[in-house]
Design a protein around this ligand. Sequence first.
Ligand code: FMN
Length: 408
Amino acid sequence: MNLRLAINVEDFRRLARRRLPKLVFDFMDGGVLDECTRDANERDFRRIELRPKACATLTDFNTGTSVLGTPVSFPLLVSPMGTLTMFHPEGDAAIARAARKTGSIFMHSFVSGVTIEDTVKAIGDADRVWAQTTLRTPEENEAYRRRVANLGIRTLMIAAETVGSDKRERDLHNGLATMPPRPPLKGLVDFALHPGWVYRWLTGPNTTFADHRIDGNPIRMSQMYSFMGEYGRPNWSALQRLRDSWDGNLVVKGIGTPEDALLAVDLGADALVVSNLGGRHFDGQPSTISVLPDIVKAVRGIGSSIDIVVDGGVRRGSDIVRALALGATAAAAGRPFGYAIAAAGQEGAEKVFGIYREEFTATMKSVGASTVREINSSVLHPGPLGTSGWHQAATGMGHAEASVVASH
Ligand SMILES: Cc1cc2nc3c(=O)[nH]c(=O)nc-3n(C[C@H](O)[C@H](O)[C@H](O)COP(=O)(O)O)c2cc1C
């Protein structure tokens, strides 16, 4: 397949698989342990059925909305991903430029290979960048916040991660237990079979954590694992201190339960990202779309109207409609943009945005929604087997009750 023939996200995944050495593709594509959570994220979206609206009148049709006050052309954001430069030398900058053209928002990872300054330059609008921070020494935290503020970025994000280990078995089999990697012989042969990637990687910028320095230099590959081991995984009081020291928006990512959502709201978060980090850290937790309704109910139940973004397994524009129908403000995608730049850099990212937008638009029309506001629980199909639970969670109605309403 070539780029011209790629018509959906899965096609971009296939292209990425062909263009990247196995070790690199698996690092992006894989999840932890048995990858149950990674797979559930995608699978559960497909179980949610939507109600068709025949002969809909779609006056003033518009896919636009806003997230944290920033207008977006349709409700899809880019989730933060570290080391995107492994997939394409331009990394974050390629996706950020595509996000600018599309009118989306790019979340910059705290372990990106492209500095926050270069990312803002690429997107040309600081409001469209959410800067992910981590907690290290107070001096480092303060210095990073100053850089972000000087760039005019209004939104800081932090991942409220689980604290377990990241046993990604594809990576271990491929020799990524060490950095730089030590692939087995067949892995070395596989690199030789991808000369295009090897050439781009050797002639491109060094793979680093560009925003963090040791002795004045960006963190190199050999220093990455020790850096990841020592940075401060946040606890709730550290998040509160971060909140108190930052005047702009604070987004808490990694929320997977109503209780944690309420803690984040309580500390003063301006938005949540319901996320299990694509099943890359803790296997066995449920899909994000399955926990979304309870989180929305808990947050709205205490009168909070903060924005709620959901990521994990969003592979179709119709998944964005499903997410909004279950109460999200917007959806976000990670790996699909990794596949996109691996396949074709910025052009790939633009195409992937275009695919999502086209599918989102078509689905909106099919459910009879003229605006994003009109996508709510009324577009969810209440039965049969397995799907009534979604509807019940979103509407508070049982299956039988909901069927009666739906038939009127
Ligand atoms: C290669 C890769 C790197 C990632 N790095 C980060 C990161 O630095 N910070 C973070 O909060 N999440 C990170 N994530 C998780 C994503 O932000 C996002 O939650 C997840 O990929 C969403 O699922 P999806 O890939 O199915 O769309 C990463 C994901 C991938 C695939």
